[in-house]
Design a protein around this ligand. Structure first.
Ligand code: AGP
Length: 614
């Protein structure tokens, strides 16, 4: 997510805003900028890269004094991370400056409307479209508050917008929908920010804005309305966190924060993927429909957690497209002399976009003339840059080394790819695709429901903090989740853990099972009778040998109850969507068990967030 700061008061706005952005650096970003109101106009500067680049640019070309301003650190979604796409963005005449966090779903249609009216849009961003709309509304005689209300009524998607008008030095106006925005209440000064870390050195009194609200701040006043201009209420609160806690939004660890950000991350990764007729559109998909029709094999390549998202995706992609789909560890793929042709689609899954093993693998694939598509969370990183096409996940920066929201959104992106291929190749009718998309649209709320049950999992984790070995069992799409659950426990709690396909136990691993050994079992939905019954048999096998069974099963599944020492309920969803729910208790479990042992779950020993060496 981007960092946003707005200020109006007696101090020099440039300093307040840039220092506020510095407090938000932990969020991760790839460009930064600031805009000030001075002498009836906007003075601004923006640079790709870190704040140091912006500092240098301003030192070389100082900005004028001003007590009203806004600033932004951008985590790129639409458009590469460069000077041109950095925020703030200005209106056509340069009278308005705007910064934005989120995704404006209908920006393409709005952009066409503006260009038809003669506007020159200089960037690839959805934000610049909103800046031009805002300035057009102003030139119609509205003030900045009224203009913001009018523009917000036209926008679809998730957004926090903060704007200043060069001809109105006394106010900063902002709006939010499905994206964070807080007001800092000072003495003769007021602040706006994407999170309180930006202003708590100035004030700890704040307002949390509600959905679809516009806020106008001046030195001495804060006015809140809805998008139609009717007065609205915001929730006052006092920030009692220290700065470190504020950066984590009150959580103790970035990883915990990111686990709880997953509903938002999944929702954002689904935004903007359908056109007005409801057909899937993957706007970064630079492969033609003909290219996609000619594909006769798909190979998903990745490492670690990303590899497990590929293992999940295989089931769906093959089921929906009937294209053979292999999943390979990137570091093994390139050395096994794989059979690659022009009709092979190699899909590289990588949160960071910098994993050397995965990068080398796609280079090999391209040398063999195969098409390469990247699924990545980091706009402008190396792997997407070296791919023929990219589907970006919109999880926002993932700070914790252990991937959580990155993983969940990788599954979403892989599913979008599978559905898009099915749409292009006609292996699924439009209504079938729409039905699956509707199921995906429900997932943010269902992930949140699983998160609401965290206490039970946390209690279990603390009970098992002395465990020396834990097994994870799953079948079908539950098998990769068993592998991922084991990896989380290994990399965070430094406990031996192993994931198995439940059907494999009797072929050897069951010899491991001892009295009291924790075995976490992921039970498929009952819709798959074959699998469900066989999974219960597997649970009986380990239980008969003394295992302590922790069972994850859908609500209403009472068949598992006699075999579960601990039962964790999951909302009922179709088989292919259950991985997006069953992984969440395993993330919570590993995180809590590790922290109960005093481990640093954000920076586990021996690990790096991005493995840029082979
Ligand atoms: C997962 O928790 C680890 N951080 C690691 O396995 C990671 O998923 C793997 O290194 C791949 O990273 P990438 O997604 O950035 O390519």
């Amino acid at each position: 997510m981007c960092g946003i700061v707005g200020y109006v008061g007696p101090k020099q706005a440039q300093g307040v805003v840039i220092e506020g952005l510095r407090r938000l650096e932990y969020r991760g970003y790839d460009s930064a900028g600031v805009a000030l109101v001075h002498d009836g106009a906007i003075a601004s500067d923006k640079k790709a890269g870190k704040l140091a680049n912006l500092d240098k640019a301003i030192a070389d070309a100082p900005l004028p004094e001003s007590t009203t301003g806004i600033g932004h650190t951008r985590w790129a979604t639409h458009g590469a991370p460069n000077d041109r796409n950095a925020h703030p963005h200005l209106g056509q005449q340069g009278r308005v400056a705007l910064v934005h966090n989120g995704i404006i779903e209908n920006f393409a249609a709005l952009r066409s409307e503006l260009e038809a009216a003669g506007h020159d849009l200089l960037s690839e961003t959805d934000t610049e479209v909103a800046a031009h709309l805002l300035e057009s509304a102003l030139s119609g005689g509205a003030n900045l508050t009224e203009a913001m209300q009018a523009v917000c009524r036209r926008l679809e998607g998730a957004f926090t917008l903060v704007a200043v008008d060069g001809q109105d030095p006394d106010r900063v106006v902002a709006a939010r929908r499905n994206s964070p925005l807080v007001v800092g209440l000072g003495e003769g000064e007021n602040f706006l920010a994407s999170d309180v870390a930006a202003f708590i050195e100035h004030t700890r009194d704040a307002l949390e804005l509600g959905q679809d609200q516009v806020v106008t701040i001046t030195r001495d006043d804060v006015e809140v309305t809805d998008f139609d201009g009717a007065p609205a209420e915001a929730k006052a609160f006092h920030v009692d966190w220290d700065l470190s806690a504020a950066e984590k939004d009150g959580y103790d660890w970035f990883m915990r924060k990111e686990i709880h950000e997953q509903p938002r991350a999944v929702a954002d990764s689904l935004l903007g993927r359908r056109n007005e007729e409801g057909f899937l559109q993957l706007d970064e998909m630079r492969l033609s429909d003909q290219d996609l029709r000619e594909i006769d094999k798909i190979i998903l390549i990745a490492c670690g957690t990303a590899f497990y998202s590929g293992l999940v995706a295989k089931y769906a992609i093959e089921h929906w497209t009937r294209i053979p789909c292999e999943v390979e560890l990137a570091h093994e793929f390139r050395y096994r002399d794989p059979i690659l042709t022009r009709d092979t689609l190699v899909v590289a899954i990588s949160q960071s976009g910098e994993t050397a093993d995965t990068l080398m693998a796609i280079r090999h694939a391209r040398q063999q003339r195969s098409k390469v598509l990247a699924i990545c969370n980091t706009n402008g990183s190396t792997i997407p840059r070296e791919s023929d096409a990219v589907i970006y996940t919109h999880a926002g920066p993932e700070i914790g080394v252990a991937s959580t929201k990155g993983f969940l959104t990788q599954i979403v992106a892989c599913y979008l790819l599978g559905l898009y291929l099915a749409q292009v190749r006609g292996t699924k009718f439009g209504d079938e695709i729409a039905s699956i998309m509707a199921q995906l649209d429900r997932m943010p709320k269902l992930v949140q429901k699983v998160l609401d049950g965290a206490d039970q999992v946390h209690e279990l984790a603390r009970e098992l903090s002395d465990a020396t070995s834990v097994l994870f069992l799953g079948r079908h799409v539950g098998y990769p989740i068993a592998l991922e659950g084991a990896l989380k426990l290994k990399e965070l709690a430094y406990i031996h853990a192993e994931g198995f396909a439940a059907g494999e136990l009797k072929h050897g691993p069951i010899a491991l099972v001892e009295e009291g050994m924790p075995v976490i079992c992921i039970v498929p939905p009952r819709g798959r009778d074959m699998l469900h019954g066989k999974m219960i048999s597997g649970i009986q096998e380990v239980r008969a040998r003394g295992a302590r069974t922790i069972v994850l099963a859908e609500e209403g599944d009472d068949e598992v109850t006699p075999y579960a020492d601990v039962l964790v309920r999951l909302p009922q969803v179709p088989t292919l969507l259950q991985p997006m729910l069953s992984v969440v208790p395993l993330q919570l479990f590993a995180c809590e068990l590790a922290t109960s042992k005093g481990h640093d779950v954000d920076q586990p020993r021996n690990l790096a967030k991005s493995v840029t060496v082979e």
